[in-house]
Design a protein around this ligand. Sequence first.
Ligand SMILES: [Zn+2]
Length: 373
Amino acid sequence: MKPQYQYHHTQKSRRRARQRRHFMIVSIGLVSVAAIVSAAIFIGGKLVPISQSETKPKPSPTVSADAGANSSDSSKEESQSTTSQKEPSNSSKEESSTSSEVQVSVDPNGPAYQKKYPDLYVTDRPKMHVLEPGDKTVYLTFDDGPSDLTAPLLDILKKYDAKVTFFDCRQSDYQGEYSSLMKRCVDEGHAVAVHTYSHVMKDVYASVDAYLDDFYKMYKLIEETTGKKPANFFRFPGGSANSYNTEVREDIIKEMTRRGFIYYDWDGDSGDASGGKVSGATIYANTMDAIRRDCDIILLHNVFGKENTLSQIENILKDAQAEGYTFEALDGTLDPTHGYLMTNKIFIPAAMESPLIQLSDWRMEKEGKSTDS
Ligand SMILES: [Zn+2]
């Protein structure tokens, strides 16, 4: 046992050493601050935010669009379908501006959720492009995975050198067993984006806070699992307009847009989510029909029980490739106009106000904004 005095002695010297350390740290800190301030005054005459650099000129806010129009109901899984509407384009894929680090602003008088998750921002978004009419690029999107059907799907995609987009979630512990597959998806060139963590619609859409909490959990799970930053876009569970989010949809879109995220619905639907077991033949027919109708973003599922979807992928890839179509993963540069047009009713005005989102020139012209930047 240690003698009492020695114990006190040790305690005292430790305390002194600690005090000395604190004094040193504080002194170094003060000297550094003084040095930085002097340098700043010397260089520019005034201090500027470190991250404020070249950004696109901020367009003036547009008149708020009618959020209620076109709102359709889908209490089930995403299963709505719209006809493809290609619109003329003046821009091309090559268009992209240098990514710019921008000052992320939090409105001091805005809602408190703006202060949540300061690492949940997309600040390096290149300018978006639109597809020319007749472009044969197809974006197959698979919702609700990963699952027992993910590995076999990846094998087929590899065989046909097709890239796709996964909008993933983690609905149960059972699904958690497959989370590691998200890394394989990314490693093999596919996009992995947030769909939702729980997919329990009434919880996810209870409020903007609830939405952000759920989103962030999935965002971090993807980041930790894949070792890469998750995609800079996402898909709403149930699509952007559903019966659960009518009250919060507009606020969620504004908040996610403020953070630099865009979202995609779809303009072609395999129909594999519409109630009951849909036959493989129907899924094949719906998907091929959507592809040939010039749809760009096609909704499919990769979750437990969707064996009929999986069973058709090989035929879809083979037949569509034979007709000249190519399958790519979304990379966040495709203007979300390619999808439900209703998404734009709220998204576009919000995006026009965001310094983080750079719309295509075509979109800007359509909105009557100057495109020289
Ligand atoms: Zn879903």
